[in-house]
Design a protein around this ligand. Structure first.
Ligand code: HEM
Length: 278
């Protein structure tokens, strides 16, 4: 699916539109917060199994990625301890991999592509080679802060506080949120109606009436489009500007890099802590 092109369709046709299929059921595309909230919270009505299980079972088996209902619920329960606070706060395995990566970076100032190194580090880390614990070494020094690219943000934060740890943490949070806003890992997420149902809004001439969604129809939620809504994120939405987060305050269903509701990402806290560390 061409995600930016879907976004352009939303610009032309509105936050919610229906794609009529020549054969089979039509599909509703939405970037409307109220519809997204309902789809993510009315668990018995919306699912993923009918379209994911047939194609993915051979690869992922039956679990939280491929099923709905009891099987999905059971898989999430099994995963819960993995994301406990104890597992999140111990960054020593990650530090060990990170130190190895930092050693591969040439000290002569030459430009290198970090992507392959980060991919390898991710694989090493997650396949468990890094289980051996090692005391973490924070390689950042105070000078890094002065070298941060967003000088204006640094200055505006410095005007509010002289707590350097707070300033650094605000910059990192702004950068992570900005990256996840513009390039969400899941730019679109789909659900299928498991029974006849309605979406609260987007229908009728003024696009403000409920929409009937028959059992078996798909709803495509575009988080990519939602994250570019100027009424939420202000002007120049395509610009990567971490300071934006000082000016805007998206509500729960307006910024969804980790999804929301019943199938929300279980690793959210863990990945944010690890990404901040990296
Ligand atoms: C930056 C990294 C990540 C992002 C942005 C992200 C984002 C998301 C999103 C948007 C969902 C919702 C999916 C849906 O609504 O169908 C999700 C679900 C989930 N993610 Fe993540 N994720 C990340 C990393 C991870 C990692 C590393 C793990 C595991 C180690 C993980 C485990 C899960 C689980 C268990 C679910 C629940 C799926 C379900 O119940 O259907 N995520 N994630």
């Amino acid at each position: 699916m061409d995600i930016p092109s879907l976004s352009r369709h939303h610009e032309k046709l509105g936050k919610t539109f229906e794609v009529n299929a020549l054969l089979g059921l039509s599909e509703v595309c939405t970037a409307e917060t109220e519809n997204i909230r309902v789809v993510n919270t009315a668990g018995k009505v919306w699912g993923i199994e009918p379209f994911r299980l047939p194609g993915m079972e051979y690869l992922c088996g039956r679990g939280f990625l491929t099923t709905d209902g009891e099987m999905w619920n059971h898989s999430r329960k099994l995963l819960k301890p993995t994301f406990s606070k104890t597992n999140i706060v111990d960054l020593s395995p990650l530090s060990k991999e990170l130190d190895k990566l930092l050693e591969t970076i040439p000290a002569n100032g030459s430009v290198i592509d970090l992507q392959p190194a980060l991919s390898n580090m991710f694989i090493d880390f997650y396949v468990g080679k890094a289980l051996e614990s090692q005391a973490s070494t924070d390689k950042y020094d105070e000078e890094d802060l002065d070298a941060a690219p967003r000088q204006s943000m640094v200055r505006s934060l410095a005007a509010q506080t002289d707590d350097r740890v707070h300033i650094r943490s605000q910059i990192i949070q702004g950068m992570l949120a900005s990256a996840l806003r513009l390039y969400p890992v899941f730019p679109v997420l789909a659900r299928v109606a498991l029974s006849d149902t309605t979406l609260p809004t987007g229908g009728g001439k003024n696009q403000d009436l409920p929409i009937f969604v028959p059992k078996g129809s798909t709803v495509v939620m575009s988080y990519y489009t939602l994250h570019r809504d100027t009424s939420i994120f202000g002007s120049n939405v395509e610009t990567f500007r971490p300071e934006r987060w000082d000016e805007i305050h998206p509500e729960q269903w307006e910024f969804l890099p980790f999804g929301g509701g019943l199938r929300a990402c279980m690793a959210q806290n863990k990945v944010l802590v690890e990404a901040a560390k990296i």
